[in-house]
Ligand binder design. Structure first.
Ligand code: SF4
Length: 299
């Protein structure tokens, strides 16, 4: 059974337009993802592709003017606002992007676990010594605070951990070490949703990767499919592959369309060399070669 399942998720924000008139700005459309227990599922995509909004929608912490549509489920049960509230912070945990999420007025150890021994043991796994437990967040360096954030998630018995860009600011060795901890948590049965810009990191640690573009899932593939361009299905995933330094280091021309200015057909059409008249109609997410893709012409 899937730990989390998201089907055709939409997120819009109601905003004031002119005077008291309101307009709706859709920022996520047709977003699909499944997360299994025991796996690291990475979400890759550029800024503005909807990665962090998905995390906030799953946790039920979007701003009040957000309107959410589509289906989200938790181990087969509808993920309602009441269930989100019950799970949040214990079974469903966020490792946020910013270290500002640490409480500035509480010692680090207390934020990890009320039991001091457990807190110290957990911190040690992240190369933080016993003294760190007694410090306030402002007394830690940026890298130490980030490791403390990851440790707060590791100290829970979470069934699902959403890690939103957990490694920026860490040295390569510490980033590897943090990812190895996530891998160990997944191997112990947790489901990890890893939101990242760093495809290289995702390739080394994730089991599957979903590629987001302009608020839509364009492809979900096994991480091993990123070994070769021809194993991928969507033209944007292939463009990401070609842009990687170890591949062709070839930039993709054009820019991702803004929310509010999305085409009615395929969101990637403007940059796609394979587009045909059929692409004027929005493609649906479908299974192709044991992966999933949102493209009329993928095979
Ligand atoms: S649907 Fe058409 S425009 Fe969109 S990615 Fe596929 S081929 Fe390109």
């Amino acid at each position: 059974m899937n730990a989390l399942e998201v089907k055709n998720l939409t997120v819009s924000f109601l905003m004031y337009d002119k005077g008291i008139k309101k307009k709706s700005l859709q920022v996520i459309s047709d977003l699909n993802i499944t997360l299994k227990a025991g796996e690291i599922h990475a979400i890759a995509g550029s800024s503005g592709s909807g990665k962090s909004l998905l995390a906030h929608a799953l946790l039920g912490i979007l701003p009040k003017n957000a309107v959410v549509g589509g289906e989200m489920s938790w181990f087969g049960e509808p993920l309602t606002p009441a269930l989100q509230k019950k799970l949040r912070g214990n079974q469903l945990v966020l490792v946020p992007q910013s270290v500002n999420y640490l409480d500035p007025l509480m010692r680090v150890g207390k934020q990890i676990c009320k039991d001091k021994t457990t807190a110290v043991e957990t911190l040690k796994k992240y190369e933080l010594d016993e003294k760190s437990a007694g410090k306030y967040p402002f007394e830690l360096s940026g890298g130490m605070a980030r490791r403390a954030l990851v440790a707060t998630a590791a100290a829970t018995n979470a069934r699902v951990i959403i890690a939103d860009e957990p490694t920026p600011g860490l040295s390569p060795a510490l980033a590897e070490s943090a990812m190895a901890r996530f891998r160990a948590l997944a191997d112990d049965g947790a489901a990890i949703l890893l939101i990242t810009h760093d495809i290289d990191l995702a390739l080394r640690y994730a089991d599957r990767i979903s590629v987001f573009y302009a608020g839509t899932t364009v492809e979900t593939a096994a991480a091993s499919d990123f070994r070769a361009e021809e194993l991928l299905r969507h033209p944007y995933s292939k463009a990401l592959w070609r842009a990687m330094p170890q591949n062709k280091f070839e930039p993709t021309t054009g820019t991702q369309p803004y929310a509010g200015a999305l085409p009615s057909g395929c969101v990637f059409a403007e940059r796609c060399s394979l587009r045909t008249d059929a692409c004027n109609v929005r493609p649906t997410f479908r299974t192709v070669r044991e992966g999933e893709v949102c493209c009329h012409h993928a095979d």
